[in-house]
Each structure stands twice: as structure tokens, then as C-alpha cells.
Write a protein that binds this ligand. Structure first.
Ligand code: ZN
Ligand code: ZN
Length: 266
């Protein structure tokens, strides 16, 4: 198994030393991990609790390189989680192109500047229509996929995080996003962080995961760990849901080139 979604203290809302994350992965016998901390926000938003600062990016890369030497017994990849901001595609492309990432996770955490997955701004769900939120979210996801900037879509149904579900059917919206993800040759991650959130579900839920499989979209795995103890969290369950959806392979990345490994069924 791989855990491709691991954060570091640089983002301002994670804890622990990077070596502790690696040790935890080794305790769990993970063959491979990848750090994917939050890329500096290209929109110039200055909130030190959301992402690393631009001047920290070099150190982030260097720290992961040092870990590879320090821990030769486990494969360690250099990833990044980049936000999709419409209108900032070129700035994002320029920033990403400066570093030798193994993979880039593209995530939508903002709807017109509203950090909808941030507990500080949860009141936003009271002042907006839930279906409108879902519609805006999946349209952003579709647009994110169409940029071709990313290899993996992060926590694809993050919009369910606080348990708000629209009454209207979102099948078509999700389907359009999945079509774009497929066309872009991207993967989705099975992200176990949702189990630690109010929704109490893996991202994506079983229905969307099944549709990913039907659409020929590959998967990879991520815990979205923001603390060493969260590395590889609930991966047996993640593996089981992948198998139930029909998957028998998962994707790994090196230098932004994808390969596949057999999924061990338990
Ligand atoms: Zn984070
Ligand atoms: Zn994220």
C-alpha cells in the first residue's frame, strides 16, 4: 500500500516531525509514502494556518530529499497538494514546474474565496443553499481536472465533510466531474480523513467510488495525515472498499509518471 497524502508542520495546521510520520508508516509496513503538503496559495491570501509560505517550499523539498537518505527501507515520494483557483492556472503551473514533484494532488478547498471545509467558516452553510454549494464545488472540480495541472484529485467529495446533503440529485454534476477527471487521465485518491470528520465516511463514498471504477478512473490512497498517528489510518478499510468497487490495482507515481501495482485483497 501507499499513503500519498501526508502533510507537514509547514502548512500551519499539522503537528509532528517528518521522521515521525515515516516511522509510523514503517510500523504499518507501508511500502511507500509520499508527502503532499499544501502548496503556497497562489492567490496571495495570507493565512499562515492554511498552507506553507512560498519561502518554505525549497526547505520542504530538501527535507523530503534528506528523509530518503535517512530511511532507505521505505520508498518516499515528493508530492504536493495544490489548490485549484480559477484564473490562477498559469501561476499554479509556473510554481509547480519549478520543483521535481513525483505527483500533484489537485484539491478544491475554496468556493469563491469561502473555505468551505474550514471549521472556522462553517456558518457559510447556513447562508447558502446546499445544492448551490454542491453545484459550485463539482463545477470547480470539473474545471480543475480540465486544467491538466494535476495527477490526482484530492478528497473528491470533500463538500460532504460536515454532513450537509442537498435534497436534489447530484448524479449529473458528479458525472460531469468524473468525465473530466477521466479525460484528463487523472486518478482519484481513496482518502480516509473523512472518517475523522463529522461525515464519518471515506472520500469518496461508495457510490462515487463505484462510478469512478465504471468510468475507468484509477485510484491511489491517502490518509491526509496531519499528525504522525494518522498515517495509513483505516487503510484496511480503504483497501476493502476499493475491492468492493471492483478495483484490483492502484496507481503509484514517480516524476509524474504513473505505474500500477496489484491491490492486496485481505
Ligand atoms: Zn491540511
Ligand atoms: Zn485537502
Amino acid at each position: 500500500m501507499v499513503d500519498y497524502h501526508i502533510h507537514t508542520v509547514r502548512c500551519g495546521h499539522a503537528s509532528g516531525e517528518v521522521a515521525e510520520y515515516v516511522r509510523r508508516a514503517q510500523e504499518l509496513s507501508l511500502a511507500e509514502i509520499g508527502f503532499a503538503d499544501h502548496l503556497p496559495l497562489v492567490i496571495g491570501m495570507k493565512d499562515p494556518t492554511l498552507a506553507m509560505r512560498h519561502e518554505e517550499l525549497d526547505d520542504y523539498i530538501a527535507e523530503i530529499e534528506a528523509l530518503k537518505t535517512q530511511f532507505p527501507g521505505i520508498i518516499i515520494k515528493t508530492g504536493i497538494e495544490a489548490d485549484y483557483f480559477p484564473g490562477y492556472e498559469q501561476a499554479t503551473r509556473d510554481l509547480l514546474s519549478r520543483y521535481p514533484f513525483d505527483y500533484v494532488i489537485g484539491s478544491v478547498h475554496f468556493i469563491e474565496g469561502w473555505g468551505f471545509d474550514d471549521s472556522r467558516y462553517i456558518d457559510g452553510y447556513k447562508t447558502r443553499d446546499i445544492f448551490d454549494i454542491y453545484k459550485a464545488y463539482y463545477e470547480l472540480l470539473e474545471a480543475a481536472a480540465r486544467t491538466g495541472l494535476f495527477d490526482i484529485i484530492g478528497h473528491i467529495d470533500l463538500v460532504k465533510k460536515y454532513g450537509f446533503v442537498p435534497e436534489q440529485d447530484v448524479t449529473t454534476l458528479v458525472g460531469k466531474a468524473l468525465g473530466a477527471i477521466h479525460d484528463a487521465g487523472m486518478c482519484v485518491e481513496i482518502n480516509t480523513a473523512g472518517l475523522r470528520k463529522p461525515v464519518g465516511e471515506i472520500y469518496p463514498g461508495s457510490e462515487i467510488l463505484k462510478r469512478c471504477f465504471e468510468n475507468g478512473i484509477p485510484i491511489t490512497f491517502g490518509s491526509d495525515a496531519h499528525a504522525p498517528g494518522e498515517v495509513g489510518m483505516a487503510f484496511e478499510r480503504a483497501c476493502a472498499v476499493a475491492g468492493q468497487a471492483g478495483y484490483d490495482m492502484f496507481a503509484t507515481f514517480a516524476g509524474r509518471v504513473r505505474s500500477f501495482k496489484a491491490l492486496a485483497r485481505k
